[in-house]
Design a protein around this ligand. Structure first.
Ligand code: UDX
Ligand code: UDX
Length: 476
C-alpha cells in the first residue's frame, strides 16, 4: 500500500521505516527541509536502536523523503499524522500542527484515502480533523479519519513497533477499518515474522508469532492511548511515593517492589523508583488527558496527584544531594546522564536537565557525560559552570561527588575501584538505584539512593592521593 507519514521525528520516522519494512511504499514528509535533506543523504537524526539499519535497507527503495505534502497525499491511500503535539502553558495539547497538516492534506484528496492520527492526541481530535478537512473542501465521501496511537518507547521504538503487545486501530466506518487491517496484516497474520533471515530485528523471547490487533472506534482508540500513558505514569509516581515512605522508615524499596510486583495483577515493570518520569510523552499526555477530562465534565484529581508527586521527586532528589554534600556552592559534581532515560538522546522534559540546572544555580561546577545526549543538552544548558565529557571517567575525574541521573546500562557497569580512585571524595548519589548498597559499602563509598537506606563505607575512607598531597605536601 502507498503510505505517507507526515512528521519525521521520533514517532514519524520510526513508523515510516517500519511500514517500509512491512513491504509498503512509504513517503516520509516533514516541513523541516534541512532534516529531509539529511535523511535523503542517509543521516539518522535521532538515536534509535535498529533505525539506521532499517533506513539504510529501504532508503530510495520502499522509503523516500520529501517536503511535498500535497504531492505525497495525492499518491497515497493512507496518510499518517505524526507531527508534534507539545503541551501548551495551560497544560493542554498544542494541536496547531495537527490542524495545519490536516488542512494541507484536505487539498490532496483526489480519491478515497484514510487520514490516521499516529501522534498522541486527545479524544475528539479525529472529529476536529474531519471538520477542518471538510471546511477546506475535501469531498466527504472520499476520506475517513482514523486513530492508530503509537505505544513506542524511545530507545526501543523499532522493536515496540514490529513486536507490539497490541496494535490499536480506531475507525468509524468498515471501509476505513479494513484499510488499517490491511496495513498491519504482515504483523497480524505473522507473515512478516516468517521471512526468516530477511527479518531486520530479531524477535524478543517468547514472542507469540503474530501481533494482536484491537479494532475499535476512533474515540476509544484516542482514550486508550491517554489512559495507557496515564496508568504507566501512575505506577511510577506510586512507586516513587512508596520509595519516599521506605526512606522515612528504613525499609528497602527494591525488596518492596519485589514483594508487590510478584503479584501478577501488579507486575514488576514500571515500578522502578528514581528521579521521576520525563520525556515528550508522559508529562504532556497526563496534562492533556486531565484537561480534556475537565473539558468534558470530569475532574481527574488522581492525575493531579501523579503529576505533583513526579514534580516533587526532582526537588526531593536535590535535597538528597545536599544531604550527601552539605554545602553545594563551588563543589565539583560529576553527573552521569542528561537524557530523560537511558537508550535515547532525547532531553525533552528530562529530570536530569532540570536537576543539573538547579545544581548550577546553587553554584556547583558540573562535569557531565551522556552517551547520546551531550549535544542536545549543550543547546539548553548554560555555557558557564558545566562541561560535557566523552566518557564517564573523564567526567568523574577530580569531582567531589558522583550523581547518577539516567539509567544508561553502561552506568551500572562502572569499574568501581577506578571510580573510587578518580573521585576526590567517595560519595555517590544514585537517582536510578543502579547499584547494590552493600556492594558500594565494600568499595568504600558513601552511597545514597532512592527508597533505600544510605550506606557508610565498610572500610576506612582512604583519602585520595590529591587530598593526601594537599594535607601533607607529598604523595604517599
Ligand atoms: C511527538 C511526541 O513525542 C509524541 O508523543 C506524539 O505522539 C507526537 O509528537 P515526536 O516524533 O517526538 O512525537 O515529535 P517530534 O520529534 O517533535 O517530531 C515532529 C516532526 O514533525 C518534526 O520533525 C517537525 O519538523 C515535523 N512537523 C511539525 C511537520 O512536518 N509539520 C508541521 O506542521 C509540524
Ligand atoms: C512512553 C510510553 O512507555 C510509550 O508506550 C508511549 O508510546 C510513549 O511514552 P517513553 O516516554 O519513550 O514511552 O519512555 P518510557 O520508557 O515509558 O519512560 C518514561 C519515563 O518514565 C522516563 O523518564 C523513565 O526514566 C521513567 N520511568 C520508566 C521510571 O522512572 N520508572 C520506570 O519504572 C519506568
Amino acid at each position: 500500500m502507498r503510505i505517507s507519514v507526515v512528521g519525521s521525528g521520533y514517532v514519524g520516522l520510526v513508523a515510516a521505516a517500519c511500514f517500509a519494512e512491512l513491504g509498503h511504499d512509504v513517503v516520509s514528509i516533514d516541513n523541516d527541509a534541512e532534516k529531509i535533506g539529511r535523511l535523503q543523504q542517509g543521516e539518522v537524526p535521532i538515536h534509535e536502536q535498529h533505525l539506521p539499519e532499517l533506513l539504510a535497507r529501504h532508503r530510495n527503495k520502499k522509503l523516500t523523503f520529501s517536503t511535498d505534502l500535497a504531492g505525497a497525499v495525492r499518491q497515497s491511500t493512507a496518510i499518517f499524522i505524526a507531527v508534534g503535539t507539545p503541551a501548551t502553558n495551560e497544560g493542554d495539547a498544542d494541536l496547531s500542527y495537527v490542524e495545519s497538516v490536516s488542512r494541507a492534506i484536505a487539498l490532496g484528496i483526489n480519491d478515497y484515502k484514510i487520514v490516521v492520527e499516529k501522534s498522541t492526541v486527545p479524544v475528539f481530535t479525529s472529529n476536529w480533523i474531519r471538520k477542518v478537512m471538510l471546511l477546506d473542501g475535501a469531498p466527504a465521501d472520499l476520506f475517513d479519519v482514523a486513530s492508530n496511537p503509537e505505544f513506542l518507547r524511545e530507545g526501543t521504538a523499532v522493536v515496540d513497533f514490529l513486536y507490539p503487545d497490541r496494535i490499536v486501530t480506531g475507525a468509524d466506518t468498515a471501509r476505513c477499518a479494513d484499510v488499517l487491517r490491511q496495513i498491519y496484516l504482515p504483523l497480524t497474520d505473522g507473515s512478516y515474522y516468517r521471512r526468516g533471515d530477511r527479518v531486520a530485528v530479531p524477535a524478543p523471547k517468547n514472542w507469540p508469532g503474530a501481533a494482536r490487533i484491537i479494532a475499535t472506534t476512533t474515540k476509544s482508540a484516542e482514550i486508550i492511548k491517554h489512559a495507557s500513558n496515564a496508568f504507566l505514569a501512575t505506577k511510577i509516581s506510586f512507586i516513587n511515593a512508596v520509595a519516599n515512605i521506605c526512606e522515612s522508615v528504613g525499609a528497602d524499596v527494591k525488596e518492596v517492589c519485589e514483594g508487590i510486583g510478584s503479584d501478577s495483577r501488579i507486575g514488576n515493570r514500571f515500578l522502578s523508583p528514581g528521579v521521576g518520569y520525563g520525556g515528550s510523552c508522559f508529562p504532556k499526555d497526563l496534562k492533556a488527558f486531565r484537561h480534556v477530562a475537565r473539558e468534558n465534565g470530569y475532574d481527574f484529581t488522581l492525575l493531579s496527584s501523579v503529576i505533583s508527586i513526579n514534580e516533587e521527586q526532582r526537588a526531593r532528589f536535590l535535597r538528597k544531594v545536599r544531604t550527601a554534600l552539605w554545602t553545594l556552592k563551588g563543589k565539583k559534581i560529576a553527573v552521569l546522564g542528561l537524557a530523560f532515560k537511558g537508550g535515547t538522546d532525547d532531553i525533552r522534559e528530562s529530570p536530569a536537565i532540570e536537576i543539573v540546572k538547579s545544581l548550577l544555580k546553587e553554584g556547583c561546577e558540573i562535569r557531565a557525560y551522556d552517551p547520546a545526549a551531550n549535544d542536545r543538552a549543550r543547546e539548553v544548558l548554560p555555557s558557564q559552570g558545566i562541561s560535557c565529557y566523552e566518557s564517564a571517567y573523564d567526567a568523574i575525574k577530580g569531582a567531589d561527588a558522583l550523581v547518577i541521573l539516567t539509567d544508561w546500562s553502561e552506568f551500572a557497569e562502572l569499574d568501581l575501584d577506578r571510580v573510587r580512585a578518580t573521585l576526590t571524595y567517595p560519595i555517590v548519589v544514585d537517582g536510578r538505584n543502579l547499584y547494590d548498597p552493600a556492594v558500594m559499602a565494600t568499595y568504600g563509598f558513601l552511597y545514597y539512593s532512592v527508597g533505600r537506606p544510605d550506606v557508610q563505607p565498610a572500610r576506612r575512607i582512604e583519602k585520595s592521593e590529591k587530598i593526601t598531597a594537599a594535607v601533607t605536601g607529598k604523595v604517599e
